[in-house]
Design a protein around this ligand. Structure first.
Ligand code: UDP
Length: 241
């Protein structure tokens, strides 16, 4: 068996990734395939941290568009990520993985508070860590959370799970002639306005030289392929390669 390319990873799962085909809420079949793949990677000795979004339940920006106070709507979004984190924890435990949910908003009855050193310790002990409640601050996203936590725990890469197999110059679901990029620099992502992640998250990755791999979660085995260093999806780093 080959050795994995990465020793410590952050896997960013959007809320939509958990919704599967139904497009909202939590699809149990999706949870199950994600949990199976993540457990497989963990068994290779890779330290895994998950950052989960909440867009399948609530997005702050949608609430504020309807006249709600933006910060309140964003806190609701962060609470939505906690529900997803608990669902993922349950699915991972069913596959025999040891897990801890660490929440950026304290709620001791359901999750540990986020403490950086504790997160690292859990991973060293072989536990899968799930970061819930985003950064704990309104006006941010869970993409920014992934960049922030990856920098804090010194992860080597962020795996960005999407529903398309990489970054395209236009939406491949709408434009059949859309061209896929094999690799991009952070500056390309920012200057071309590509929808990889928001600009705050991209800048944080750039400032900390954190590479990203944007890949299709719906293709079974892709998390493992990315961890083994197979070229899948689109690589985003300091230089486009
Ligand atoms: N959110 C926030 N601060 C954070 C992370 C998330 O306010 O640090 C809120 C924000 O309202 C966002 C929602 O939580 O819309 C869900 O997160 P996100 O949109 O990033 O989820 P995803 O698109 O990954 O499903």
């Amino acid at each position: 068996m080959e050795t994995p390319r990465y020793r410590r990873i952050v896997l960013k799962l959007s809320g939509e990734a958990l919704a599967g085909e139904q497009g909202y809420g939590i699809a149990h079949a999706m949870l199950d395939t994600i949990a199976k793949q993540v457990t497989e990677v963990r068994r290779l000795g890779v330290e895994v941290a998950l950052v989960v979004g909440g867009g399948n339940i609530w997005r702050g920006i949608a609430g504020s568009a309807q006249g709600m106070d933006r910060a309140t709507a964003d806190y609701m979004g962060m609470l939505a990520t906690v529900m997803n984190a608990l669902a993922l924890q349950d699915a991972l435990e069913k596959h025999g993985s040891d897990t801890r949910v660490l929440s950026a908003i304290e709620m001791r009855q359901v999750a540990e508070p986020y403490i950086r050193r504790r997160a690292i310790r859990h991973m060293e002990k072989g536990r899968i860590v799930i970061f819930a409640a985003g950064t704990g601050n309104p006006y941010f996203s869970t993409d920014t959370t992934a960049a922030l936590r990856a920098a804090e725990i010194e992860a080597e890469v962020i795996l960005m799970a999407k529903r398309v197999d990489g970054v395209y110059d236009s939406d491949p679901l709408k434009n059949p002639k859309a061209q896929k990029f094999e690799s991009l620099s952070y500056l390309d992502v920012l200057s071309k306005g590509l929808g990889v992640m928001d600009s705050t998250a991209t800048s944080l990755c750039m400032d900390n030289s954190l590479p990203l791999i944007v890949f299709d979660l719906n293709q079974e085995g892709n998390i493992l392929r990315a961890v083994m260093g197979e070229m899948i999806g689109t690589y985003v780093g300091r230089e486009s390669q």
